[in-house]
Design a protein around this ligand. Sequence first.
Ligand code: PGA
Length: 259
Amino acid sequence: MRTKLVAGNWKMNGGLASNQALLAAMIPALAGLTAAKFAVCAPYPYLAQVRQVLRGSNIACGAQDLCQFESGAYTGGVSAAMLLEFDCRYVIVGHSERRSVFGESDELVALKFAAAVKHRLTPILCVGETLAERESGVTETVVARQLDAVIGCCGSTALAQGVIAYEPVWAIGTGKTATPQEAQAVHATIRARIRAAADRRLADGQTILYGGSVKAANAGQLFAMPDVDGGLIGGASLVADEFIAICRAAQVARETVKA
Ligand code: PGA
């Protein structure tokens, strides 16, 4: 049985005061939700604050990116070891905004995945197709290529050391969500790919999140899908009531599956 995970991706948003208010609302509301896991991925400058405020809570701290190198002359880079010093458990790699705005290739994303795993950080590997790719019927090919880059770089069992987030690019920040059936179909192909590359046990244990306009109103239906193990939440993770409701939906989905 896989435990649902809900991770907030604050992107380049927040500030000391608003972070404090958001976390202060979330901490007591999520405290009793023991059947799911929660995290927030904050911008680098706020990791010290977030770590401090979250101490003792059931919400883990995460970052949104990392440098593929260990240390040295890489101006602007932030290493896995640095993230660990701030108690990060998760780090997003290969978010579509990093791929499209900052030009990150599949190969670079794979190196970042490897750097995270080496330091026992859990990478949240984002994969997903653009609207043009979906319309031309190559969704599976694109997602397979993105997964295979990591398998090629890090080995056939490497994906199990991370979390995968299927995020169709056309659904990110657009208000257009994949239907639960559309999400389920891609999640099932991702799991099948892992089964083929590694084995059934690792595939069955792999956490695969859905991301792209998840909100309180659609989280329950998405999380009820058999291969959807939670969500990576952008815009709605900045609104306390929305994020709390999404986390509750993960807890309820877990309880439903168990029953
Ligand atoms: P969204 O973003 O929830 O605002 O669509 C998700 C993401 O980019 O991770």
